[in-house]
Design a binder for this molecule. Structure first.
Ligand code: HEM
Length: 211
């Protein structure tokens, strides 16, 4: 099973792209038939939703691998993280091309003036940094600092959730589900960290007693 894990994950992650390609194809046949009444809005929403789903999936890999006692799962963490970044950057590019019409001044003004875009952009910058440094080479180069840097995902996830919460005017059901998903995964990580700290403390106490 471990041998097939990566191909299975890649295939699963390609499904939303294939579905998008099909919808774009329908759109080329008849305007409004693939991406909705406003195709650009349809595109940006589709990519935004998938950005969040794949980002939360990447955030879930470590807790799930621990709870399922399946360490092999960790090997797919980088792959899912890179896919999340590809979704997010495409989502932002659609905004830059169709809303800001590649005018960087307009783009920058939107980022500064619209708080939900500021939040999304902050999350994107963190994810870009994490994607670039996710390779073995960077892991070796940064040593202990690599882990510290990759803890920034704890900021990238809430920023992405706030981006969605801020832009929504009504219908918060999915925001609630995504937030609950992130909170459960964060709780598992905190629980694991506290158990580690307790173990460390008891080892230190034992060592000082034996001295
Ligand atoms: C990690 C980063 C990001 C995530 C996870 C994310 C996710 C999302 C989600 C889930 C939506 C709502 C989709 C819906 O309502 O169905 C959305 C909408 C949107 N996002 Fe993002 N986004 C991110 C970053 C960005 C960035 C960097 C930009 C722009 C530079 C951006 C621009 C927009 C815009 C313009 C909308 C549509 C707003 C509207 O409906 O009026 N997002 N995003």
């Amino acid at each position: 099973m471990a041998r097939y894990l990566k191909p299975i994950i890649v295939s699963a992650l390609l499904v939303p792209w294939c579905w998008l390609a099909y919808r774009v194809y329908l759109e080329t046949l008849q305007v409004g038939s693939g991406l909705g009444a406003d195709p650009v809005e349809g595109l940006i929403h589709y990519l935004g939703e998938w950005s969040l789903i794949v980002l939360l999936s990447a955030f879930s890999v470590t807790p799930l691998s621990r709870q399922l006692r399946w360490p092999v799962l960790i090997r797919s963490r980088r792959l899912i993280g890179v896919f999340a970044f590809v979704f997010v950057i495409t989502h932002a590019l659609v905004f830059a091309v169709f809303y800001a019409e590649l005018q960087w001044r307009v783009f920058l003004r939107e980022v500064i003036e619209r708080p939900y875009i500021t939040l999304g952009m902050a999350s994107l910058i963190i994810l870009a940094l994490l994607t670039v440094t996710s390779t073995r080479g960077w892991q070796r180069r940064l040593g202990r600092r690599w882990k510290q840097l990759h803890r920034w995902v704890y900021l990238a996830v809430p920023l992405a959730l706030l981006h969605l919460l801020w832009l929504r005017k009504d219908g918060y059901a999915d925001v609630f589900i995504y937030s609950l998903w992130a909170a459960v995964m964060a709780a598992e990580r905190i629980h694991h960290w506290r158990a580690g700290e307790r173990q460390k403390q008891s080892r230190q106490t034992k060592a000082s007693v034996s001295i």
